[in-house]
Design a protein around this ligand. Structure first.
Ligand code: NDP
Length: 329
């Protein structure tokens, strides 16, 4: 069935400026780390990608290694993009990354110019795109000079294969260094992608403030703590949930402390007439420090629920204070 995008898709999504750049991103972005691999259901993936665009979720986030197997998320994205979204290319922001283990030998991992630029070409081929909107260095490499990795991002942008440069998982000092180097090269850092949620407060100490003062955007991954900050595990472990199939989430994280804390947060959400997922998204987007909440979804229905978080009234100071004792420091 041919796809025609919902004409109301821009009516309710909030778009937030990435730092001091000209680019605005949706308050909720869709990531393809999980749920878009070789073993995932093709119809579910397609429905989720269509639903995202229909809801104004204009940003799809990928990486070379997403799957499993590595590369399969980009291939699945590319196939569905060609089927449904290609006419809308100029309305869509696609990002990809390189930085983790991708192919054998010394040039398939970390942060060399050799690896980063070869990987970007591979990603474009898998996705069937001429360019990505954002190309990220996925993690800092302690053994490659940061200048070399940043020059590779600058080259990617100058070659037209990426429109903007990003970094991910860099600590505050490396972030400040990257910002200075990229500024000198003439390709200002667009955005930093890091983990942030009620259960991951580390970035509040230094990183978020540093990005704000440098005018760099912030996109936060796993704002639902991979599903832990939802009602998913409050009544046992559902079949097919991430705990049952991912090496990145595991059943012993579902401790009594976890359950107590999460039930308390779920009650606060219920008091607002919303899901815990919705509360968790509103919480990361409170204030103007964060550009976008980058979520995953194993169904279109989950994504609808998550995006609807933007329809609720902002959290009050009293509600934020009530959340505080249950959010991990
Ligand atoms: P989330 O914290 O949003 O977790 C997504 C999971 O939460 C879903 O798979 C689903 O679990 C559950 N879920 C989602 N919506 C709902 C809902 N409304 N109600 C109940 N449960 C829900 O994010 P991810 O960990 O998936 O990460 C998001 C993206 O961030 C990735 O796809 C990737 O693009 C990026 N990322 C980047 C990293 C980096 O190093 N730069 C690292 C990690 C992620 P279930 O599958 O059980 O249904």
């Amino acid at each position: 069935d041919p796809y025609l995008a919902d004409p109301t898709r821009y009516d309710s999504m909030q778009y937030r400026r990435s730092g001091k750049s000209g680019l605005r991103l949706p308050g909720v972005s869709l990531g393809l780390w999980h749920n878009f691999g070789g073993a995932n259901n093709a119809d579910t993936m397609r429905e989720t990608m269509r639903t995202a665009f229909d809801l104004g979720v204009t940003h799809y986030d990928l990486a070379n290694n997403y799957g499993p197997p590595p590369g399969s998320a980009e291939e699945n994205f590319g196939r569905i993009f060609a089927q449904d979204l290609k006419p809308y290319r100029d309305e869509i922001i696609v990002s990809t990354k390189a930085g983790y283990d991708m192919w054998p030998g010394p040039y398939g991992d970390f942060g060399s110019r050799k690896y980063l630029l070869a990987s970007l070409d591979q990603s474009l081929a898998r996705m069937g795109l001429d360019y990505v909107d954002v190309f990220y260095h996925h993690r800092p490499d302690p053994d490659t000079p940061i200048e070399e990795s940043m020059m590779a991002l600058d080259s990617a942008v100058r070659s037209g294969k990426a429109l903007y440069a990003g970094i991910s998982n860099y600590g505050p000092d490396a972030t400040r260094a990257a910002i200075d180097i990229l500024r000198d090269l003439g390709t200002p850092l667009l955005i930093h992608q890091f983990s942030y949620s009620m259960y991951e407060r580390g970035p509040e100490e230094e990183l978020i403030g540093a990005l704000e003062s440098e005018g760099v955007g912030s996109i936060v991954f796993s704002p639902l703590a991979q599903g832990l900050l939802t009602d998913r595990y409050l009544k046992g472990v559902p079949e097919g949930s991430r705990v049952t199939h991912s090496q990145f989430l595991n059943e012993n994280q579902l401790s009594q402390t976890y359950l107590d804390r999460t039930r308390a947060l779920n009650d606060i959400a219920a008091g607002r007439g919303q899901s815990l997922a919705q509360l968790a998204i509103q919480w990361v987007l409170r204030g103007d420090h964060i550009t976008s909440a980058l979520v995953g979804a194993s169904s279109a229905e989950q994504l609808r629920n998550t995006v609807a978080s933007l329809d609720f009234p902002a959290l009050t100071d009293d509600e934020i204070a009530a959340i505080e004792p249950h959010a991990v420091h």
